[in-house]
Write a protein that binds this ligand. Structure first.
Ligand code: MTE
Ligand code: MO
Length: 277
């Protein structure tokens, strides 16, 4: 059973968000005030009345998310969800600084790829200082560096039937909706229980210039808490879309037979697939 608090942005919480007034928006660092982020409020308004299709008609495809300056960067970026995947294979890769890690790119592609971190770093890189907005009501500004997803997709060659890009992650969530994080001293469970985290986006977002496969946060190698060795960054959607611990990118024509069929871990629990902000 999933605890009630973990079940989607329920109607009740929408009402709760809606009942709180919009105050001033703190731009520096992390902003904890649920009520003070007009973007989150506007997401909730939109999500409750509009479908993804309608949002796509309204929002211009290449609209950029705001970018900030160095002085806006939060002294400590907030970590959320899984922060230390307990999967033994992941932990072995992490122990060796991910030198043996390979990003698999497969599915509806002309040429499946297996990319090391060095391969990704050899591709054109992009840096952005952007704000991360979590559906739980906090925001945080960070500086991200990585490979534009388009660079990887262009090298793999996208087949015409492909409609979605799926990100398969190394971490799992237990049946009670709690991340299966590794705790020091804990015996190795082998992680047979629970379900893996996954996410998906369409090609409007996949080719958007701010969509990155990030390997650095604030000029440092991406730490494990934030999704090492590679995590997705999107300019125009909420935090839960930005898959951490990405192991495999799969191009598909449908995600109906994957996970719970809704295109992502949180979507399978009722969140919106298109979490536009
Ligand atoms: N693999 C994976 N990706 C994930 C999550 C997670 O638990 N596992 N949590 C999501 C949520 S809800 C948020 S807000 C962000 C948190 O990213 P951060 O830890 O860098 O703040 O990652 C998203 N991507
Ligand atoms: Mo989140």
């Amino acid at each position: 059973m999933i605890p009630e608090r973990k079940l989607l942005v329920s109607r009740r919480s929408l009402l709760r968000f809606g009942a709180i007034g919009v105050g001033s928006l703190l731009l520096a660092g992390c902003d904890d005030a649920v009520s003070e982020n007009p973007r989150i409020l506007s997401f909730i308004d939109k999500a409750s009345v509009l479908t993804y299709r309608a949002q796509r008609l309204i929002l211009p495809r290449d609209k950029l998310a705001p970018e900030f300056s160095e002085s806006d960067i939060a002294p400590q970026f907030r970590a959320n969800g899984s922060t230390s995947p307990s999967d033994p294979a992941y932990r072995a890769l992490a122990a060796a600084n991910f030198v043996d890690w390979r990003l698999m790119v497969d599915g509806l592609v002309d040429k499946p790829l297996k990319l090391s971190l060095a391969d990704l770093r050899a591709l054109p890189a992009s840096t952005q200082i952007t704000r991360h907005d979590c559906v739980e009501g906090w925001s945080c500004i960070g500086k991200w560096t990585g490979t534009p997803l388009s660079e990887v997709l262009n090298r793999a060659g996208v087949k015409p039937q492909a409609r979605f890009v799926v990100f398969h992650c190394a971490d799992r969530f237990q049946d009670d909706g709690v991340p299966d994080d590794f705790e020091p001293g804990e015996s190795d469970s082998g992680n047979s229980g629970g379900v893996p985290y996954y996410e998906s986006i369409d090609f409007v977002d996949a080719y958007h210039p701010q969509t990155l496969l990030a390997y650095e946060l604030n000029d440092q190698t991406l730490p494990i808490a934030y999704g090492a060795p590679l995590r997705l960054r999107l300019g125009r959607q909420l935090g839960y879309k930005m898959a951490k611990y990405v192991m495999r990118i799969e191009l598909v024509s449908s995600f109906a037979r994957m996970g719970g069929g809704n295109g992502g871990y949180w979507e399978d629990l009722g969140y919106q697939w298109y979490a536009g902000i």
